[in-house]
Design a protein around this ligand. Sequence first.
Ligand code: HEC
Length: 244
Amino acid sequence: MSSDPNSDQNLDYNSGKTSVVDMHDAVKRERVLMPAGKEQMGMLAMVLCAMILICGGIVLGNSNGFKDSIYAHDGYVPEPRPGEGGDAAAEDNSPWIDKWMKGGKKVYQNCKLCHQDSGMGAPGQYPPLAGSEWVDGGTKRVGAILINGINGPFTVAGQSYNQLMPAWSALNDEKLAQVATYIRRTYGALPEGDDGVVTAEMMKAAREEFGGKGIWDEAGLLAIPEDAMLEGAKVDLLTGEPVQ
Ligand code: HEC
């Protein structure tokens, strides 16, 4: 037996013998290994996790994260949803001048056929508004031109033009005022302190003064002083309300 190399093992496969005592010693000595994923969690790790959860909960609870007060404070009025009578809220709240210029840009659709989007006109045919002394000057000349139109020959920025500038008196005072504002603010090099605005009241004054005069020639327009302004109150660019 002593010559058998497996003699000191618990299970002797060759002889079929098992040492029961040795086997129980091993079971007592060694911890049972649970299958992977089913191991027990250490007590310390469990306590740590619990503490983190509790502390986290306290911090979050004390923060503003769960309080509606950051959204709904005193005097808070929710915006009406669009489509639920909220259309009024979608009303344009931009400054008055932006709306006025928008209106002017619309009316300018009538002018760009000749004067172009760029305001540069067409060489030899239609004069530019950009760099024109007629646009840069006072509002009286611009108003007069819009109400009655011009019959060439007509000099703009040193160039002579000989076409017809139609009268726009069929447009109402507001539209004429908007387009006059638009060309002055967009293309004009305005005198110091001039915000470029022409109001409906000013255009009304132009209509009253020049209405019956018929189409202008150059001499007629030159007789209006270059810096003459139309009568009417200046307005606040934010509200459109008269100032002074
Ligand atoms: C059919 C072409 C045509 C249209 C459209 C037209 N204009 Fe003119 N405009 C002219 C011509 C041409 C002159 C130069 C005078 C002439 O030759 O009779 C002129 C001159 C002017 C002038 C003075 C000269 C200058 O260049 O500054 C102003 C200001 C002006 N137009 C503004 C307007 C505005 C604003 C509109 C639109 C509401 C308009 N025009 C639409 C052809 C046109």
